[in-house]
Design a protein around this ligand. Structure first.
Ligand SMILES: N[C@@H](CCC(=O)N[C@@H](CS)C(=O)NCC(=O)O)C(=O)O
Length: 200
């Protein structure tokens, strides 16, 4: 298998953290820059987005939730996504909330780093900033999982918060209003799976 990824992509980081947590070897990491439309990524994913996972039978999986669920079915380590019941839907909802946080932070980063200054929209920047703050508030309200075994929701949330630090630190000082979440994140970020996937 081959994983097309970029080191800073939080979506691809989730997948790499899942690989590490579930001790999955034998997946070749291929670094690509999706915004440059590299032919090998386009051949795998017409959206030119990372992550994309090329399977040994030549088929391809995207996007990141699909890849994470696929990898969760491999190997012998405990599953990160509960198989059924309310616990499954809580984990999946947290995963979706974290992905939304990543999407919003990415939109902000694109606006600020890839768009000429005179084309940037303060209105959208404010809207995305407000979305990020609301989402962090919601996570602070429900971060009651500190003693639980690691799951897919926690992995996604940790990758989303790390991406906020990487791309939106100038806009959002999220730790100030989220003491429990920041304490949880500090501990989670020390996991080897998080440490070995820090963007260079
Ligand atoms: N929903 C997708 C989002 C993936 C995504 O937006 N990846 C970004 C990098 S962080 C990308 O490849 N963007 C390239 C582009 O939009 O052209 C997933 O979960 O995999």
């Amino acid at each position: 298998m081959k994983l097309f990824y970029s080191p800073t992509s939080p979506f691809a980081r989730k997948v790499r953290v899942v690989m590490a947590e579930r001790q999955l070897g034998g997946i070749e990491l291929v670094t690509v820059s999706p915004f440059d439309l590299p032919p090998q990524l386009l051949a795998a994913n017409p959206l030119s987005k990372v992550p994309a996972l090329l399977l040994s039978d030549g088929s391809v999986l995207y996007d990141s939730p699909v890849i994470c669920e696929y990898l969760d079915g491999l190997g012998l380590a405990p599953a990160l996504i509960p198989p059924a019941g309310p616990a499954r839907w809580t984990v999946q909802r947290r995963h979706a909330l974290a992905d939304g946080l990543m999407d919003t932070t990415l939109s902000l980063a694109i606006e600020e780093n890839r768009r000429p200054e005179n084309e940037r929209s303060p209105q959208w920047i404010n809207r995305w900033g407000a979305t990020i703050r609301r989402t962090v508030d919601a996570l602070e309200q429900e971060c009651d999982w500190s003693g639980d075994p690691v799951d897919m929701g926690q992995i996604a949330i940790a990758c989303a918060l790390a991406y906020l630090d990487l791309r939106a630190a100038a806009h959002v000082t999220w730790r100030a209003g989220a003491p429990q979440l920041s304490e949880w994140f500090a501990a989670f970020a020390r996991r080897p799976s998080m440490q070995t996937t820090i963007p260079a």
